[in-house]
Design a protein around this ligand. Structure first.
Ligand code: CAA
Length: 250
């Protein structure tokens, strides 16, 4: 059990998730990083320890975010071991890029389950406690591509745009309970996900970024840190665009 506020990051060992985990741990949260693929946490744990983030500051929680019951158990275990979840960052996400006319039902379903249904599966298990305690922060990671569309990503953009609707509606439902629900829409961030894009397509995307650089996970982590702070208590239902000027919207 910790006396710090507990922050749960889904996909916490991934590219953006790792940046968020580090930043929130630095800011004094006890951070639980969720991961789905057995073994992916080993090198991650070693790197975190080397960076001074030991087990007293950062824990790991295995579980598949597409499985509602598994998330129920994971949240219950975290609550027993460390304390109630005060901050949830829904960060788990995958791509299965394919032009729509070639897209298989599996490619559609995998992305909708992992990127959108996951947000329901995890949030559903933490929201009652947050409302009862009168304080909570939920941050959902969407994407610039949800706003502008992206060739080859009908599945991904549908899921990420769904997250924005979810964010606004849940924000309304819990606004009077001291719980805020916001989204962040990252642009092109240097992670394994964007490194996997075909070289020619990647080069074109990078060349079009007005800030003339690819984003780094810490660019997103800084925005998360603000949204989960006490100072952001009047911000809810918002979507922060962190994209180096790639897409500007009202
Ligand atoms: N815009 C317009 N037309 C395009 C295009 C594009 N970006 N890419 C391909 N086309 C055209 C081709 O010119 C070709 O046209 P013709 O048939 O007239 O010759 C046709 O589409 C080819 O279609 P294919 O289905 O064969 O396309 P492909 O297999 O060559 O490539 C793809 C499809 C793999 C999805 C490729 O477009 C791609 O990798 N796109 C990038 C997807 C992307 O941006 N992913 C972002 C991942 S990172 C992320 O998602 C993080 C985040 O939140 C920002």
């Amino acid at each position: 059990m910790t006396d710090r506020k507990v922050a749960l990051i889904t996909g916490g060992v991934g590219g953006i998730g790792t940046g968020v985990t580090r930043k929130l741990a630095e800011d004094g949260f006890f951070v639980v990083a969720n991961y789905a693929i057995e073994g992916s946490e080993v090198a991650w744990r070693a790197a975190m320890s080397a960076a001074g983030m030991g087990k007293d500051r950062v824990a790991l929680a295995h579980g598949d975010v597409t499985d509602f019951d598994a998330m129920d158990k994971m949240v219950a275990d975290i609550t027993d071991d460390h304390g109630p979840v005060a901050v949830l960052v829904n960060c788990a996400g995958i791509t299965r890029d394919m032009s729509f006319r070639k897209m298989s039902p599996d490619q559609w379903q995998a992305v909708i389950s992992t990127n959108l249904t996951s947000v329901f599966n995890v949030t559903r298990h933490v929201i009652d406690g947050m409302c009862e305690r009168g304080w909570g922060r939920i941050v959902n990671i969407s994407s610039v591509n949800a706003l502008k569309g992206q060739f080859g990503q009908t599945n991904y953009t549908a899921a990420k745009a769904g997250i924005l609707g979810f964010t606004r509606s849940l924000a309304l439902e819990v606004a009077a309970k001291g719980v805020t629900v916001n989204a962040i829409s990252p642009g092109f961030i240097d992670t394994d996900m964007t490194r996997a894009i075909r070289d020619d397509v990647r080069e074109q995307l990078v060349a079009s970024i007005p800030a003339a650089r690819v984003g780094v996970p810490d660019d997103i982590a800084q925005a998360v840190a603000y949204l989960v702070s006490d100072g952001a208590s009047y911000m809810t239902g918002a979507n922060l665009a962190v994209n180096g000027g790639t897409y500007m919207h009202a």
